[in-house]
Write a protein that binds this ligand. Structure first.
Ligand code: APR
Length: 226
């Protein structure tokens, strides 16, 4: 079976009702990005940061996978598919994708603020004073600006094995995620589904459509021409 690697960003979840980051005014849901998504913001006001991610986590119960998440699952009928997502939601998993790597963490996990390896499942709010079993304050299991990306090496080695690369709904502005595209074998087919694609690489076939339209179309094509 050929390997398909799919790199997704906020755009794939937009039609499920989760806002993207850079389509607005530099604010996420009314918050200054650095206040809620940086180690400095956490130092300054951990309660605000917890509240921000508690709201995002609660929102998960109100949203559902859309046609794009679901179409990617169909690809597994004829390909080995790995999704590398920048998203912290669980919509790929809920759609049924079997192999999902979260580059920027997951809303449904918490971790010790002292030990990044002490990660636990988290379906409810994290409150100030909630601790891991070693007594350390819990924080969202999210990769904030300026922090290491622990899944990066895994993502690179998966990308190097791709026979086909699909990029969906990302502004390609955040590194190191945006660099992954450079690790594919030269000459493999590459597709980019985004209504406002911000790339100039001529070797990538652009499908300038919303994910819910463009992804099912691409999947149908790939299933017909394995
Ligand atoms: N279908 C597909 N793409 C869409 C749709 C849609 N319906 N609506 C918007 N988009 C596209 C936009 O055109 C844009 O290119 O989604 C992209 C969203 O870009 P960003 O908001 O920058 O999101 P993303 O690229 O995922 O951000 C990367 O930045 O702040 C960090 O950690 C955060 O993971 C995030 C990372």
């Amino acid at each position: 079976m050929k390997n398909i690697v799919v790199l997704t960003g906020a755009g794939i979840s937009a039609e499920s009702g989760i806002k993207t980051f850079r389509d607005a005014d530099g604010l996420w849901e009314g918050y200054d990005v650095m206040e809620v998504a940086s180690p400095q913001g956490w130092q300054k006001n951990p309660k605000l940061v917890l509240q921000f991610y508690n709201d995002r986590r609660r929102q998960l119960s109100e949203v559902h996978p859309n046609a794009a998440h679901k179409a990617l699952v169909q690809l597994e009928e004829q390909y080995h598919v790995t999704i590398i997502t920048q998203n912290v939601d669980d919509l790929h998993e809920r759609a049924g994708s079997s192999h999902v790597v979260h580059l920027h963490g997951e809303l449904l996990k918490a971790r010790s603020q002292k030990n990044p390896d002490e990660v636990i499942p988290c379906t409810n709010d994290i409150n100030y004073g909630d601790t891991c079993k070693y007594g350390q304050q819990l924080r969202p299991h999210i990769v904030w600006f300026g922090e290491e990306v622990p899944m990066l090496e895994t993502a690179i080695s998966l990308t190097e094995k791709a026979d086909i690369l699909i990029i969906i709904g990302t502004s390609m502005q955040v590194y190191p995620a945006a660099n992954l595209v450079h690790y594919v074998t030269p000459g493999i087919p590459k597709y980019f589904v985004d209504p406002a694609p911000a790339i100039t690489d001529k070797s990538i076939q652009v499908i300038a459509k919303k994910a819910s339209l463009g992804v099912p179309e691409l999947v149908t094509k790939l299933l017909e021409h394995v």
